[in-house]
Design a binder for this molecule. Structure first.
Ligand code: BDP
Length: 331
C-alpha cells in the first residue's frame, strides 16, 4: 500500500515538473521518437535515405524529434507493416507501391506492367505534378497514411532456375509476385503462373521448389540472396518499373505541429533525391557482384512480354485513361 502511494506521489511530481517546462524549450513530454521500418537491411539505399532524414529532423529540432530505424523486416512483411502504420504502431514506412495497391487502388496506375518507358521516364513522372497527385490521393484516401515521397525501385526483371528468353519459356513455371492481384495477372499474361507471396518467404519457396523463380531488381536479388536459393538466370524483361514510397501514419502526422509537418515534407523531398544517387551506385555495385557470383544476365527483346501484358493494362488502366495519357506525355 505504502509502495502504491509512493508511486502515485512520484507520478504526480513528474506531471508537475512537466508543467514547469518553459515555453519554447523541449520537455521530456514533447519528445517524439519516430519509428521507421523497411524490409531491406541496414545499408540499403532506401534505409540510408530515411535514416538521413531522421538525422536532419533531429538537428533541425535540437533533438526534440529523433528516429529509430527497424530495417530487415524485423517488424514484419510489407502487408503487416502497412497495417501497423495505419494504426500508428509504425510512424514512417518505406514500402513498395505494390502492396499499397489493395489499400489505395488509385496507386495501381504506377503498378501496371510497362507503364513507364524507362527509369528516367518514371523519375520525371514521380518528381512532377503526377507524382504529387498520387501522394495526395494516398493522403486523402481512408487508408490513414500520409504520402511523403517516392524512391527509385529500378526495373523488375525475372529470375528463374531455368533460363527464360520468351513468354513460352515461362509455361508451367510458378513465379512469386508481390501481394496484389494485378501482379498475378501480369505474370499469367507473361506466360507463367503468378503466385502471390510475402517477400520473407521467397528464399525458401525457391529453394524447396514451391516456386520456380521470382522477379525483382538487382539490389534486392543480391541482398535477399535469392540467387543462392537456385534462381541464377536473370532475364531482363524490365516488366515492372514500380516507384517505391514512404508514408507516415496519420496518427503520427496528427500529433505534429504544422511547423514539424513542414520540416517532414521538406526532408522527405530531400530523401527522395538522395536515395536516387545511392540507388544508381547500388545497382552498378550489386549487378557486378551478382555476375561474379555466377548469375547469368540474359539480354532479350522484351517486346513479346510488352505485347502479352496489353490485356492487363486494359483491365486496370481503362478507368485511368486520362492519367495514363498524361504519364505517356511526360517527357
Ligand atoms: C523490393 C522492394 C520491396 C519489396 C520487395 C518484394 O524494394 O519494397 O518488398 O521488392 O518483392 O524491390 O516484395
Amino acid at each position: 500500500m505504502i509502495f502504491r502511494r509512493t508511486l502515485i506521489a512520484a507520478s504526480a511530481a513528474t506531471a508537475v515538473l512537466a508543467g514547469l517546462v518553459l515555453p519554447g524549450t523541449a520537455g521530456a513530454a514533447d519528445k517524439i521518437v519516430l519509428k521507421a521500418a523497411d524490409v531491406h537491411p541496414a545499408g540499403y539505399p532506401n534505409v540510408v535515405a530515411i535514416e538521413h532524414m531522421g538525422q536532419k529532423l533531429e538537428k533541425a529540432t535540437n533533438g526534440r524529434i529523433t528516429m529509430k530505424m527497424f530495417p530487415g523486416s524485423v517488424l514484419g512483411g510489407e502487408k503487416e507493416m502497412i497495417e501497423q502504420t495505419q494504426v500508428g504502431a509504425i510512424d514512417i514506412l518505406r514500402t513498395s507501391l505494390g502492396p499499397v495497391g489493395p489499400v489505395v487502388p488509385e496507386v495501381n496506375v504506377f503498378n501496371m506492367p510497362f507503364v513507364f518507358r524507362d527509369e528516367e521516364h518514371m523519375r520525371h513522372v514521380i518528381d512532377g505534378p503526377i507524382g504529387q497527385e498520387i501522394l495526395d490521393k494516398i493522403t486523402a484516401s481512408p487508408a490513414k497514411m500520409v504520402g511523403l515521397g517516392w524512391m527509385d525501385g529500378g526495373s523488375r526483371s525475372l529470375y528463374t532456375k531455368k533460363p527464360v528468353r520468351k513468354p513460352e519459356d515461362l509455361k508451367g513455371m510458378k513465379i512469386r509476385m508481390m501481394g496484389n492481384p494485378l501482379f498475378v495477372d501480369t505474370m499469367n499474361a507473361m506466360g507463367g503462373n503468378g503466385i502471390s507471396m510475402g517477400y520473407g518467404e521467397v528464399f525458401t519457396a525457391i529453394q524447396t521448389g514451391v516456386v520456380d523463380g521470382a522477379e525483382n531488381n538487382p539490389p534486392t536479388l543480391y541482398t535477399a540472396h535469392h540467387y543462392q536459393a537456385g534462381a541464377k538466370y536473370y532475364t531482363q524483361t524490365n516488366h515492372l518499373i514500380i516507384p517505391e514510397i514512404f508514408v507516415m501514419s496519420k496518427v503520427t502526422w496528427a500529433k505534429l505541429s504544422p511547423e514539424d509537418q513542414a520540416l517532414v515534407k521538406k526532408f522527405s523531398r530531400e530523401a527522395q533525391m538522395e536515395q536516387r544517387q545511392l540507388w544508381d551506385k547500388s545497382v552498378a555495385e550489386y549487378t557486378s557482384k551478382l555476375k561474379s557470383e555466377g548469375v547469368e544476365f540474359i539480354k532479350i527483346d522484351n517486346k513479346p512480354f510488352f505485347d502479352a501484358t496489353e490485356p492487363v493494362r486494359q483491365k486496370y488502366g481503362s478507368q485511368y485513361a486520362d492519367l495514363i495519357k498524361r504519364i505517356e506525355a511526360t517527357k
